[in-house]
Design a protein around this ligand. Structure first.
Ligand SMILES: [Zn+2]
Length: 262
């Protein structure tokens, strides 16, 4: 069992390395499959310096060619996927469910890091993910805990509609209270996509689990603002929501079935 978990950790970290390429290239409109990895200075990165996790640690976060800083997010992505794959396997105890939910997690991580970088969620990722979620729910009903194709499709569509609906109205309420856009359209599309995989319960987890974590995260910034009102900070008004929705979803995948609340 230990060997299997270590193997899954290595596979997960390698996938994380590819996700780093996606996070880096998708916003720039570049292919994620073709073309070698390059340093910021333009020098190609040899495969031996592309080893997930270890390369970043050995180089201490600086590229070998010119000493440019290698963003910490790439290391974090590799570490996260490295740990998440074996943990997800232990929580699901099923290869198909692990593969599907880990793939969803990978997409959510890419979307989250792109949201942090650019404050935008590409439609082909959010709407595309929703389409894939509907198809996967029909082919593999067990992701919704059933063997009935119709029940699974129903839960998937219902998750899509409820998720988008709930977040839309929360956004409307937020807009009414704060007098500005509270939740972006991209986030609403993303919660719909999450709903197709995780159903209504998963959406509730993503929104409220995500918001709870979001609040904990914002609290120090709010206090900072109260204590130092002169310092102009836009941190709160431009906080990306996708990472919190993603965190809520990952928590649901890992421990949703143990929850007594929902
Ligand atoms: Zn360089």
């Amino acid at each position: 069992m230990t060997c299997l978990l270590v193997f899954l950790f290595i596979i997960g970290a390698c996938i994380g390395s590819f996700l780093g390429v996606c996070v880096d290239r998708i916003p720039r409109g570049k292919s994620v499959i073709f073309g070698h990895s390059h340093c910021a200075c333009g020098a190609p990165i040899p495969p031996c310096l592309n080893v997930p996790i270890l390369a970043w640690l050995l180089l201490r976060g600086r590229s070998k060619c010119c000493g440019a800083r290698i963003p910490f997010k790439f290391f974090l992505l590799e570490l996260l996927t490295g740990f998440l794959l074996p943990i997800m396997f232990l929580s699901q105890r099923d290869a198909t469910r692990t593969a599907i939910f880990f793939s969803l997690t990978c997409c959510l991580l890419v979307v989250s890091f792109i949201d942090i970088d650019t404050m935008e969620l590409p439609d082909f990722l959010t709407i595309g993910l929703a389409g894939i979620g509907l198809v996967v729910s029909i082919i593999f009903p067990k992701i919704h805990g059933t063997t009935n194709v119709f029940a699974s499709a129903h839960r998937s569509v219902f998750g899509l509609l409820c998720g988008t609906g709930i977040l839309f109205w929360i956004g409307m309420l937020g807009e009414w209270i704060f007098k500005k856009e509270a939740i972006g359209l991209g986030d609403i599309k993303l919660i719909g996509a999450i709903g197709t995989f995780c159903g209504t319960k998963g959406c509730l987890y993503a929104i409220f689990g995500g918001s709870a974590t979001g609040t904990l995260f914002i609290l120090p910034f709010l206090l900072w603002r109260l204590l130092f009102p002169k310092k102009k900070s836009h941190t709160i008004s431009i906080l990306p929501f996708a990472p919190f929705l993603s965190l809520g979803t990952i928590l649901f995948i890992l421990c949703g079935k143990f929850s007594l609340l929902l």
